[in-house]
Ligand binder design. Structure first.
Ligand code: UGA
Length: 443
């Protein structure tokens, strides 16, 4: 099949590369000429395991190509995926200007039947707006052409996107057209295991499914963080509680790891956007607001714990930070707990020595050169001369630590672990003060 993808961000690029890899002819369009040139040269702007190989391989085979030429892009595919960004507006709702601009582009250049597919995470009702926008442009052109708009939200996790694409739990397609159903079956057909996971539903149900899934997962995390905070104050170990409740299949073990709060480009943005959507239809989504509130507070706990460990005196201190990305296997620092921590530390006059296996360039890009930030080459170099250590991301490289060595490195024997990586007894035996999340160690 011939497929066009608008937007070569995370979702667009993964979708394009994966669909090309199973034999489709894919043309990815982006308005950013530099980005397109880089992609053509096999230079992938984001870190995602396996993506570079997939893009290079499929570009070389001629099945995957890139363009800035909108007319050519619209002409190319029967399927037109919209995978452009939907950044949050000031009020938290998703900004649809890029999605609607692609819709206008499609309306301007199409000359035959097209299926327009919303892949970006967009509020309920967006497919109707895309349909309306294309219809308007066609009317202005005096063109009477058939097209369909459907919703096909993605459920990829950063760091495991390629695996998720081929082994995901479901493919949701919102449409009321049999013709679209057939084309989408053909599109995902080569993924044999996915065929039976194709789920057709109404357009609005598909749009809401995306938000509901992310909101549910975020709710599980905030719930568990709330229990962790309680456990901390009650002298209970939340890790034991987690095992205790996860064993019930109705609850399950997934997404009940307490920590320093969820981050990334999806959960925070989507929970806020859904809360906002609810407001638009005069419904006060109290649970969603609480999920967001608990998460904000949770991100702050890393700093609060440090501050209490240092009796409020963090000015002039040097704090080592292990992990900058919002989770392992990505260089993404959007809404990452590490950012709130570092910014809070800088505000009180402390210095940061940070190490992350992938996100150092991203950190440099965000914060630039500053006297109170040192990006260390290794985890060892990050703790050299530091007063305390905070762990923000559970990268594998942080799992095994010689705690006697660590104690010798730190000016104050303080370890704040935002990811519950270690056995508290082992750490404390080395003479370190260990503050994890919900492990009976309320300061
Ligand atoms: C999330 C969803 O998991 C994907 O299904 C969805 O497609 C994607 O958003 C999206 O909307 O595009 P992602 O943001 O890549 O994927 O990351 P997750 O692996 O879900 O983790 C999100 C955050 O939750 C991370 O900060 C992680 O540390 C935190 N988390 C996760 C916890 O604190 N505890 C847990 O038990 C699980």
């Amino acid at each position: 099949m011939k497929i066009t993808i608008f937007g070569t961000g995370y979702v667009g690029l993964v979708t394009g590369a994966c669909l090309a890899d199973v034999g489709h002819d894919v043309l990815c369009m982006d308005v950013d000429a530099d980005k397109v040139a880089r992609l053509e040269a096999g230079d992938i702007p984001i870190y995602e395991p396996g993506l570079e190989e997939l893009v290079t391989h499929n570009t070389a085979s001629g099945r995957l190509s890139f363009t800035t030429d909108a007319a050519r892009a619209v002409e190319f595919g029967t399927l037109q995926f919209i995978a452009v960004g939907t950044p949050p507006d000031e009020d938290g709702s998703a900004d649809l200007q890029y999605v609607l601009s692609v819709a206008r582009t499609i309306g301007q250049h199409m000359n035959d039947f097209k299926v327009v597919i919303d892949k970006s995470t967009v509020p309920v009702g967006t497919a109707d707006r895309v349909r309306h926008t294309i219809g308007e442009v066609l009317e202005q052109r005096g063109a009477s052409l058939e097209f369909e708009v459907c919703s096909n939200p993605e459920f990829l996790k950063e760091g495991a996107a390629i695996e998720d694409f081929s082994h995901g739990a479901r493919i949701v397609v919102g449409t009321d057209s049999e013709r679209v159903r057939e084309l989408m079956r053909d599109c995902y057909g080569p993924y044999i295991r996915l065929q039976e996971k194709l789920m057709f539903m109404d357009v609005r149900a598909a749009e809401l499914t995306k938000y509901a899934a992310n909101a549910m997962l975020a709710t599980k995390i905030s719930f568990m963080n709330e229990i962790a905070n309680l456990a901390e104050r009650l002298g209970a170990d939340v890790e034991q509680v987690r095992r205790g409740i996860g064993s019930d299949p109705r609850i399950g073990y997934h997404f009940i790891y307490p920590g320093c709060g969820y981050g990334g480009s999806c959960f925070p943005k989507d929970v806020r956007a859904l809360t906002r959507t609810a407001g638009d239809v005069d419904y006060q989504a109290e649970l969603l607001s609480a999920v967001e509130g608990v998460n904000q507070r949770q991100k702050q706990t890393l700093f609060d714990k440090l501050e209490r460990a240092f009796d409020g005196d963090l000015a002039g201190r040097t704090i080592a930070v292990w992990g900058l990305s919002f989770k392992p296997n990505t260089d993404d620092m959007r809404d990452a707990p590490s950012r709130l921590l570092m910014e809070s530390l800088w505000r009180v006059g402390a210095r940061v020595r940070a190490f992350d296996p992938e996100a150092m360039d991203e950190c440099r890009r965000i914060y630039g050169q500053r006297d109170d930030l040192t990006l260390a080459e290794t985890r060892e170099a990050a703790v050299e001369g530091a007063d305390a250590l905070v762990i923000c991301t559970e990268w594998k490289v942080f799992r095994m630590v010689d705690f006697d060595w660590l104690k010798d490195q730190l000016g104050m024997p303080v370890v704040v672990d935002g990811r519950n990586l270690y056995n508290p007894e082992t750490v404390r035996r080395a003479g370190l003060m260990y503050y994890a999340v919900g492990r009976g160690d309320s300061l």
